[in-house]
Design a protein around this ligand. Structure first.
Ligand SMILES: Nc1ncnc2c1ncn2[C@@H]1O[C@H](COP(=O)(O)OP(=O)(O)OP(=O)(O)O)[C@@H](O)[C@H]1O
Ligand SMILES: [Mg+2]
Length: 300
């Protein structure tokens, strides 16, 4: 399927959108971040996107870490254009979107987004004008970020209303997760964080990581953290990556798939974040406004 075809399928109503289910019917914009690299953000984002889509959410998966093996690989997609092409006016925004498995729509962003969004008012207006067409098409946006806390990550995390920090049980990963939370908190991007612990050996392992992290944040940072879930180490995930298929599609009964399914159910039951729900347009305005103001963004 070509780039624009995916979206056109959705626009023509022949795609999978169904009535959204879940506790909250408004737009949820959820960024996955980590300190350390390779802790599982992309696989979690792609599989969660698919599970939510299967449950009736209309999901836009933003690949904010294009360039390395990421969403496109995990979902078996070929992407030709990125957000950069849309912002520079070469391609219509809707034509950069690609339809992935299960009706998930992927928006290939690009690294260097922070610099490229230093737009003048005319450029910003031109792109926001196109956003109108997406307004009613999605109710869930998941943003898969690169590791660490670059300006790009702060940029996307600032545009999201909710953030999930992904870590594994390794001490270095927990330390790096703490550093990421500290920066997002100090720059007043976010004060509440969801925690996802990946590659665990047991549920207790995940709770132990949560205890370790919150013991330190409780002493030094004014943040609240909730444990959203843990996902066990599962060799099937490597097999799925090799096959370029989402784990939950290829091995739906595997231990990590079952945990991801519980995670999706928990996600759907989450209460909406405090503050106004600005909808898709508000999200894009936040994304495309003067990057200098990103640090003031965040919850609500
Ligand atoms: N639960 C798991 N069980 C087994 N292997 C896993 C698990 N989670 C991740 N991995 C392995 O770690 C690799 C990296 O995962 P992934 O690409 O999702 O991490 P990432 O956080 O997105 O990395 P990056 O920071 O580079 O973007 C996977 O390809 C897989 O081999
Ligand atoms: Mg990744």
């Amino acid at each position: 399927m070509d780039q624009g075809q995916g979206l056109r399928v959705l626009m023509n109503g022949s795609g999978p959108p169904q009535p959204a289910v879940g506790a909250h019917q408004g737009l949820r914009v959820f960024a996955l971040v980590s300190g350390k690299g390779g802790v599982g953000k992309t696989n979690i984002a792609a599989n969660l996107a698919l599970l939510l889509s299967q449950r009736g959410r209309r999901v836009l998966l933003v690949d904010a870490d294009l360039g390395l093996a990421n969403v496109d690989i995990v979902m078996g997609l070929t992407t030709r254009f990125t957000l950069f092409d849309a912002i520079s006016g070469r391609v219509a925004l809707e034509d950069i979107l690609v339809e992935g498995p299960g009706g998930v729509v992927v928006l290939p962003a690009a690294s260097g987004i922070y610099e490229m969004t230093c737009l003048d008012d005319t450029q910003r207006y031109a792109i926001l004008h196109q956003i109108d067409a997406l307004e009613s098409r999605f109710d869930t946006v998941l943003i898969d970020n690169s590791a660490g806390i670059s300006r790009d990550v702060q940029f996307f995390a600032g545009a999201a209303r909710e953030v999930a920090v992904v870590t594994d049980p390794e001490p270095t990963a927990i330390t790096d997760a703490y550093a990421t939370i500290k920066i997002l908190c100090q720059r007043r991007v976010h004060r509440h964080f969801h925690l996802l612990v990946n590659n665990t050996s047991s549920e207790e392992d995940g709770r132990e990581v949560y205890r370790k992290l919150t013991t330190v944040t409780g002493r030094f940072l004014d943040v609240s953290i909730s444990l959203l879930g843990s996902i066990p180490h599962d060799e099937n995930l490597n097999r799925a990556v090799m096959a370029r298929r989402p784990l939950v599609e290829l091995f739906p009964g595997s231990p990590a798939s079952l945990s991801l399914t519980r995670l999706a159910e928990r996600f759907l039951a989450l209460p909406p974040p405090a503050g106004q729900d600005g909808g898709m347009k508000m999200f894009w305005e936040r994304l495309l406004r003067n990057p200098g103001s990103v640090a003031e963004g965040g919850e609500g």
